[in-house]
Design a protein around this ligand. Structure first.
Ligand code: ZN
Ligand code: ZN
Length: 192
């Protein structure tokens, strides 16, 4: 099983434009997408625990389509201290504006105006709208951005002993890490 670094080929995220009303009333589509393999990101593997729940809300007005992307998924990643397999829940939201014109007078699905330079919205300039809007790349981006860089198996995980590799959550291994604190080492040196 090879890790994936791009939206899986199997993902069908084509949205028929004819389903989005032209009168600025929001249109929502919700579906699930399978992840056929772990995701490679942040230098580690995110092993999927079930499909990705996707919600897309489109608002079509003034020859622009605002797409609000929500994703939710669960993964297993190694605890950043003890490497124990740890379940995480990832949720993310991203907004894309497909526009044939510069950003002006655009509104989101709540009717709130989007400022000219809104860092929350990725503007995608298009020459024309095709019959279908492929959202696979947008969903993939939202999913990657939702992935936490690290996780702890539990609050206060004691991690691994740097000398013998023992999982300190399972008890003390008896190793003494004498060189761990240079200030203590300096104190020992003056102990005559
Ligand atoms: Zn841990
Ligand atoms: Zn040890």
């Amino acid at each position: 099983m090879k890790n994936i670094k791009a939206p899986p080929d199997e993902w069908d995220c084509g949205i028929q434009l004819s389903r989005i009303p032209k009168n600025a009333s929001p249109h929502t589509e919700a579906f699930r997408l399978d992840l056929p393999a772990p995701i490679s990101h942040w230098g580690q593997e995110y092993e999927p625990d079930g499909p990705v729940a996707v919600k897309l809300t489109f608002t079509f007005a003034n020859e622009r389509i605002l797409a609000e992307v929500s994703v939710r998924a669960a993964f297993y990643i190694p605890c950043s201290r003890c490497l124990r397999k740890t379940r995480i829940e990832a949720t993310g939201n991203l907004k894309y504006l497909f526009s044939m014109h510069p950003l002006k007078d655009a509104k989101d699905s709540d009717g709130a105006a989007i400022p000219e330079e809104d860092g929350d919205v990725d503007v995608i300039q298009v020459d024309s709208f095709q019959a279908e809007l492929d959202m696979a790349q947008c969903v993939w981006e939202a999913l990657l951005l939702s992935l936490p860089e690290r996780a702890l198996c539990r609050e206060g995980c004691k991690g691994l002993c740097p000398i013998c590799g023992h999982d300190r959550n399972d008890g003390d291994c008896g190793c003494r890490d004498d060189n761990s604190d240079p200030r203590l080492a300096a104190l020992r040196d003056v102990d005559v």
